[in-house]
Design a protein around this ligand. Sequence first.
Ligand code: NAD
Length: 358
Amino acid sequence: MPVFSHAENFNHEQIAFCRKDEVGLKAIIAIHDTTLGPALGGCRFYDYPSEADALRDVLRLSRGMTYKAACAGLNLGGGKAVIIGNPRVEKSEGLFRAFGQFVDSLGGRYITAEDSGTAVSDMDLIRQETTHVCGVSKFAGGSGDPSPVTAWGVFHGIRAALDEVYGTPELEGRTIAIQGVGNVGYNLVRYLHEVGAKTIVADVDDERLQRCADEYGSTVVGLDAIYDADADVFAPCAMGAILNSNTIPRLKAKVVAGGANNQLDDIKLHGEMLQERGIVYAPDYVINAGGLINVYAEIKHMPREKALRDAESIFHTLKRIFSLGKEHGITEAQAANLVAEQRIRQIGKLAAFQRGGL
Ligand code: NAD
């Protein structure tokens, strides 16, 4: 399996293969870029069909973290880790502590965190071996559930996209269709209700739907009907790849802005399809950066209030992305990449200057 010439290896700085047979640990840590700071990214625990799939995933995800941190204005680089195995049966104290030792051996170049398949309690085990971990429990000095901050960032992202389309960010009287009312979606419903917006919700979980209907008067629709909802904004807050050739033509909303990761099935094709339909798209990794902003605050020992305030700046970041997109005739997703790359280049020059390299 090629590593240096791997199709997803976009000039990654370091890839560490971690193995400890005694505890069943097989992990890969990928550090994509540390120009802006230590590479931060979650640790995914997943039963990959092959080692090649695990490598592809960690390379792709770590690069995504570089862009996300750069756009969010954080002094963080991009990294990610994957543990290969079934999290339901293969988790153990020994495995996570061994993983923590590998993280520690990188001397702070990589900071790990929760991701799918790992939990706060796993981060607490890793914390016993290294300080380079965040998202630990409040008891262990962590910042707790990041989703209220993520939802707060999405809320302000929706305002920015509305401003772009209607010339005002006002939410009162607007209707938002939300796909998925879990941790992020539920908090978003709450924030929207507080400012007088109406919500239409869909979820596979009936209890979660009922909670939104009872507490915030949300209208409940079926899983498929959410794409046809008569709404100003469509906010995907469940899973990825839901913006595709089948769903985009059905949208009535003039804005797509939600917290889910990897919303576009094909970044180029479906980004352009949205644009052709006159729909403003808030790039997922920009609008859902609140969770990362929250762990950054944790690392810097700053309070939750500071994280919430920083998440509000997603409004201005998106406005800049929208105007750059128009200026260059490119999609919002492409404009977001430009903003990230510009910042990395600029700050990279500063760092070189400090070292006397310029
Ligand atoms: P969650 O698991 O708490 O919520 C997801 C919700 O989607 C659940 O209620 C689930 O029942 C529902 N769902 C699943 N399949 C569905 C379907 N087909 N249609 C409608 N609903 C469906 O997860 P979360 O933490 O709220 O995260 C939601 C999304 O946001 C994910 O894509 C996640 O990667 C992303 N995200 C979350 C955070 C965070 O801080 N939690 C940060 C950044 C990005």
